[in-house]
Design a protein. Structure first.
Length: 147
C-alpha cells in the first residue's frame, strides 16, 4: 500500500474486512464504489461498503482503528525502505524501478538480470534456488541513497 494520503483508510478497511473473511469482496467494492466513484475513500463510504458486505460493524470499526492501523503503518514503512512511495513501482529480480517507463527501460533491466542469473546458474546455483539465494538472501534489504 502506497500513497498514504489516499490509500491509508482503504487499506485499513481491507485489513478489517479480511479479519472477517471478506478481503476480496471489500477490495472489489473499494475499486467500484470508492475509486471509480470519484475516489471517495471517506470513512463514511467505507462503512457503507462494510455494511453492504454484512460485516460486524463494531468489529470492523475496532479492527480499522486498532490492529489494522499498526499493520498498515508497518507496511508503509517497509515499502518506503525499498523506495516504493507511489505507483507504479516495480521490482525486477529485486531491482527497484519507479514510475511509468518506456518498454525499452524494462527490457534493458530484464536483460541485465537474466544475464546475471544465467551466469550464476552456469557457475553452480541451482535454477530453483536462484531467486532465494541471489535476490532474497543476498539482495538489497533497503534502497541505497542516490548519489
Amino acid at each position: 500500500m502506497v500513497h498514504p494520503q489516499t490509500a491509508t483508510l482503504p487499506a485499513q478497511a481491507s485489513c478489517a474486512a479480511h479479519k472477517q473473511g471478506k478481503f476480496l469482496e471489500m477490495e472489489k467494492l473499494i475499486w467500484e464504489k470508492g475509486y471509480d466513484a470519484g475516489r471517495n475513500f471517506s470513512q463514511d463510504n467505507l462503512d457503507k461498503m462494510a455494511t453492504e458486505l454484512a460485516l460486524n460493524m463494531d468489529k470492523f470499526k475496532a479492527d480499522m482503528k486498532g490492529e489494522c492501523t499498526q499493520i498498515v503503518r508497518k507496511d508503509q514503512r517497509e515499502l518506503a525502505q525499498v523506495g516504493a512511495r507511489g505507483t507504479p513501482a516495480f521490482f525486477i529480480n529485486g531491482r527497484f524501478l519507479s514510475g511509468a517507463r518506456p518498454i525499452d527501460h524494462f527490457k534493458k533491466i530484464i536483460d541485465e538480470e537474466l544475464k546475471k542469473a544465467n551466469e550464476r546458474v552456469e557457475k553452480g546455483t541451482p535454477v530453483e534456488k536462484y531467486y532465494d539465494e541471489w535476490v532474497l538472501k543476498k539482495g538489497l534489504k533497503k534502497l541505497e541513497p542516490q548519489k
